[in-house]
Design a protein around this ligand. Sequence first.
Ligand code: HEM
Length: 255
Amino acid sequence: MSWITKTFSSSIGRKIIMSLTGLFLCTFLLVHLLINLQMLRHDNGDSFNFWAEFMGTNPLIRGMEVVLMLGLILHSYQGLALAIKNKKARGAQGYIVNHPEANSKWSSRNMALLGTLLLIFLIVHLMNFWIRSRFDAMGGLAEVRVANLDHPVGDLYSVAAASFKIPWYVALYALAQIALGYHLWHGFTSGFQTLGLNHRKYSPAIRFTGYAFAVIVSLLFAVIPVVMFFGDNYQPRPATGNTVEQSLGADPALR
Ligand code: HEM
């Protein structure tokens, strides 16, 4: 067995992969959030579209995007494989003997469930925004002009603004952020621990940063669609009409 196969199949190897990919996904979440917050500016989506264009065309970012996608696939696969292996190892007795509620937090025992909820949301989310903007699929993006750029850019803002007027999508988006918050509540600190970054002096600070990161990031991600749902200022441009329902194949006439 080569060291690569060993790393990918041993429990400790899987844990290290989970922590590296998980912490990498955390850095991506931060960048994503900063760009999403641009949608709340009252500038008709210009700032958001500017940054969406930058992320879609910068060669370095496009390269990182491939790493990110592979990281997400690896993280999901290894996470589910670990969960199945641990369940089998516990056998029929399960957690009863260990009284898990007394010894561990709910979020740490349900990482696979929370991750699966996140994965379902991510598939809907990627179909609506990422596949449409990167591959010109599902009606593609309308083009608009923004300040400081001499060429038109894809109007991703209108896709978001139209999607965030659909009650079920806003609810799904906000609920997914609760799953994200719980996943990170345990995951952020656990990721550092897995890598052996455990120190009497620094661990409390890492734990505090992890809790703050989990709450602030998931809360802000959830607030954006809710504000745009209720706010009259956040409207898609009339020509666009692209929404998550069209992405998922529903008849636009039903809306
Ligand atoms: C933006 C998305 C995500 C982020 C930022 C994230 C982050 C993390 C982090 C930092 C950890 C801790 C790793 C460790 O303990 O060393 C973790 C663990 C875990 N993640 Fe994720 N994750 C995400 C999505 C997912 C998805 C989609 C799934 C699965 C379907 C998933 C399943 C798991 C599981 C099962 C664990 C626990 C592994 C274990 O210690 O046994 N995650 N995640």
